[in-house]
Design a binder for this molecule. Structure first.
Ligand code: DQA
Length: 154
């Protein structure tokens, strides 16, 4: 169960990005797009606020940092949109962290690129089964779909 919302209280949504997402707009623009993470986050902030949510953003290249933020999301956020980057494909530690809190705070998995249409190792996501849904391959719209879904279910 997520944090009970008081009347007049905004739903709190965290957009959590993992390793190398800070290089978005610099690395492989043909795959990940030309917008920087700052530009993406600014657009998502306006998008979420337009839906009445309070938006928070965090990016880290370190697995332990991401795990700590996932744990604290239980008390701090009503829902999380997560792009775990390459950790998606092999981090059982991140998977278990989500599993530990998803009963309190739902997670939606997102990817800029279509992970099912790329190298074989990317086709495996170890976090899918602990997330409400996966949106992959829609660029920034993957995050918007994640925000939409959280706004529907929260
Ligand atoms: C990604 C896809 C991953 O395979 C990759 O390691 C990333 C970004 C995406 O958003 O498309 O870093 O999660």
């Amino acid at each position: 169960m997520s944090r009970p919302l008081k009347i007049g209280d905004n739903m709190k949504i965290l957009v959590l990005n993992g390793p190398n997402l800070n290089m978005t707009g610099i690395r492989k623009k043909n795959v990940y797009g030309a917008q920087t993470l700052d530009e993406i986050n600014r657009i998502l902030k306006a998008y979420g606020e337009g839906k009445g949510a309070e938006m928070f953003f965090y990016q880290s290249n370190h697995e332990g940092d991401i795990i700590d933020v996932i744990h604290s999301s239980r008390n701090e956020y009503d829902g999380v949109v997560i792009n775990a980057g390459a950790y998606t494909h092999y981090s059982y530690a991140i998977r278990d962290a989500i599993e530990a809190v998803e009963e309190y705070t739902p997670f939606v998995e997102v990817h800029l690129s279509d992970i099912n249409a790329r190298e074989d190792f990317r086709k495996i996501s170890v976090i899918t089964d602990v997330c409400v849904k996966q949106f992959s391959g829609y660029g920034i719209d993957s995050y918007k779909m994640g925000i939409d879904l959280l706004c529907e279910i929260l």
